[in-house]
Write a protein that binds this ligand. Structure first.
Ligand SMILES: Nc1ncnc2c1ncn2[C@@H]1O[C@H](COP(=O)(O)OP(=O)(O)OP(=O)(O)O)[C@@H](O)[C@H]1O
Ligand SMILES: [Mg+2]
Length: 496
């Protein structure tokens, strides 16, 4: 196991990006309150990075004894959170709202409406939660963190203002420009379909069309076809197929390169990076078929070089965290940077105000620290002095989906082989769309399970995921057979 030690001046063994020993500096601060040149090195080593001070934090009832935790959401990401939180000796009990079939074996599930932030806060009060952890974006964009702050309850997640980084792509784009953070060139923002159609005459192709608001992953089109762009605009802006989120759009330059998900945990001041991951959005092998919520993901040591990680932190993460402080909306919680690694360096494609799904599954199986303690600190006294340790090697998550996904699916299929799959070494079977009746699990939505494993190498992690997937049976089950294959192939070709 590799450890990344706190700011005590002790020396860790290796940085995530390569083999060199940690160099821990005493952080001098620049005008923005950031550590000077030690930042990159420290952050590579998963040390907290310092930004400007934060004024207020959520109140907290927890006094250092056993914690009661409420997790909000009901997918694979939330199952992974519940699974990891339950391993903490500091945790007395975990609730999950609404949870799912698999989560119901690890936590007490309570029905909940993700939009009803007052109801969710009342639930936290009723169960006496010392800490609430929010999985999905909807309650965050609706202001759940503000509601909890008003009631003096600790919560991991950004305020409504800060969650605009995900809730409004126009806000995010303008924020990136204000803080000089590299991103795709913006062609324009359009409130009326007429203006949007006319703008198509002046853009470069391919073009990227993005709905401003939340559209459940369906509000973005990258296309070289003016007809396709026009049809998409019509569906978004005139037919309002994706709701109000589509009534305003932006158009931007299409970037080329490899994508990377880079997620950090921050209290608004200190930043702890998580291992970077790669996602697989298309439903079929070879990146064919429509986009989904994510069909699989992986992480591995050396996925990106230390130099690149430093560039990501210096050019995107650090200015974003400082920018939110400067704008009076310090960001607290998980912040997901969707990046394009272009020839001219990393550029921000999007922000998400939460952990990704299935990125969270692949990340949390590598976590070698007390998640409850770290998240509680993030929500209350701050992350200063905290450090995260990760299992060495790699991890992967392969998503099994229902027939028809990401289109219409038929739920209620009996799932067999769950116990056999979970008995494969180093495999955790995270449930997403399942429900449990007596001791039998049935499918309940598109993405059903995330077979997740760690391994000394990516190849090993993947082979365990696929061995587990081979043991699961439900009618119409499908999954991609090429998760991580490009990276694993590159490694074997290089003789690693
Ligand atoms: N400027 C761009 N150039 C090239 N591709 C892009 C660009 N912007 C977005 N994309 C592609 O579209 C995908 C979705 O875009 P984006 O992440 O902004 O949308 P989203 O709907 O918020 O996604 P998610 O559901 O992952 O949060 C990206 O992962 C990327 O593949
Ligand atoms: Mg997004």
């Amino acid at each position: 196991m590799r450890t990344f030690l706190g700011g005590s001046g002790q020396e860790g063994e290796e940085s995530i990006g390569g083999g060199q020993a940690l160099e821990i500096g005493v952080f001098g601060k620049n005008a923005a309150g950031f550590a000077e040149d030690a930042v990159g090195r420290a952050a590579r080593a998963h040390q907290p990075e310092r930004a400007a001070a934060v004024d207020s934090r959520a109140g907290c009832v927890y006094l250092g004894g056993l914690m009661k935790i409420l997790v909000i959401g009901g997918g694979g990401r939330e199952h992974a959170l519940v699974w990891k939180l339950r391993q903490s000796p500091r945790v007395e009990k975990v609730w999950c709202a609404p949870g799912n079939g698999g989560i119901s074996q690890d936590a007490e599930c309570v029905a909940a409406d993700m939009r009803d932030v007052a109801g969710l806060a009342t639930l936290a009060e009723q169960v006496g939660a010392d800490l609430t952890v929010v999985g999905p974006e909807l309650p965050l964009v609706e202001g759940i963190a503000d509601e909890f702050a008003r009631r003096g309850r600790a919560i991991v997640g950004p305020s409504k203002q800060a969650a605009r980084l995900e809730g409004s792509k126009v806000f995010a784009k303008e924020f990136l420009a204000r803080h000089d953070i590299p991103t795709a060139a913006l062609y324009g923002v359009y409130d009326s379909p007429g203006d949007a159609y006319s703008a198509l005459c002046a853009v470069d192709w391919p073009v990227v069309v993005k709905a401003d608001g939340l559209c459940a992953g369906k509000g973005v089109l990258v296309t070289s076809s003016p007809d396709e762009a026009t049809a998409f605009l019509e569906r978004l802006m005139e037919q309002k197929e994706l709701g109000e989120g589509g009534s305003r759009v932006l158009m931007e330059e299409a970037l080329e390169g490899e994508e990377l998900s880079y997620i950090v945990l921050t209290d608004g001041r200190d930043v702890l990076p998580l291992p970077p991951t790669r996602d697989h959005k298309r439903v079929f092998d070879g990146n064919q078929g429509p986009n989904t919520g994510g069909m699989g993901t992986y992480s591995m040591d050396g996925l990106i070089s230390a130099e690149l990680e430093n560039a990501i932190l210096e050019r995107t993460v650090r200015p974003a965290i400082a920018g939110m402080v400067a704008e009076g909306a310090p960001y607290r919680g998980f912040l997901y940077f969707g990046l394009m690694l272009t020839r001219n360096g990393p550029k921000v494609l999007e922000f998400n105000c939460r952990l990704g799904d299935p990125e969270a599954q692949a990340i949390l199986v590598r976590a070698d620290f007390d998640l409850a303690e770290v998240l509680h600190a993030a929500a209350t006294e701050g992350l200063g002095g905290k450090a995260l340790a990760w299992k060495e090697g790699a991890s992967a998550c392969v998503v099994m989906a229902s027939a028809g996904y990401p289109g219409e699916i038929e739920a209620g299929k009996r799932i067999d082989g769950l116990v056999e799959a979970s008995e494969v070494n180093d495999v955790v079977v995270f449930h997403a769309g399942t429900k449990r009746e007596a001791d039998i699990h049935y499918t309940s939505s598109g993405r059903v399970l995330g077979l997740t494993a760690t391994g000394a190498s990516l190849e090993q992690a993947l082979s365990k995921c696929y061995e587990a997937a081979g043991k699961i049976r439900f009618e119409g089950a499908h999954y991609r057979k090429d998760i991580g294959a490009a990276a694993a192939g590159k490694r074997s070709a290089a003789g690693d």
